[in-house]
Design a protein. Structure first.
Length: 96
């Protein structure tokens, strides 16, 4: 069975539910997804690597990472946070 495509709205709903303190099974049920999908997608956008404190910041939102080779969604902790932690680590565009 092929996983239904995740839209930006799906990711936003996932982040919102997670911030609200919902568990993985609760989020899966609310979104009509599998627990595995919720775990995988949340991890892909860096959701689970953020602390509870970081997630309480008012600027937290799903944004597009500025990786020029492969723009992708990630959980940003503020309007100035435009590059995900993974891409920062690879230093692909440190010079930019
Ligand atoms: Zn990135």
């Amino acid at each position: 069975m092929h996983e239904k495509f995740w839209t930006r709205a799906d990711f936003e709903a996932l982040v919102k539910l997670y911030i609200a303190g919902k568990s993985n099974p609760e989020i899966a049920e609310a979104l009509g997804r599998t627990r595995q999908a919720v775990a995988t997608k949340g991890s892909r956008i860096g959701l689970y690597s953020l602390t509870r404190d970081e997630l309480q910041e008012p600027g937290v939102a799903v944004r597009t990472c500025l990786n020029p080779e492969m723009p992708h969604l990630f959980v940003s902790t503020g309007i100035h946070n435009r590059t995900c932690a993974d891409c920062k680590k690879t230093q692909v565009f440190q010079a930019a």
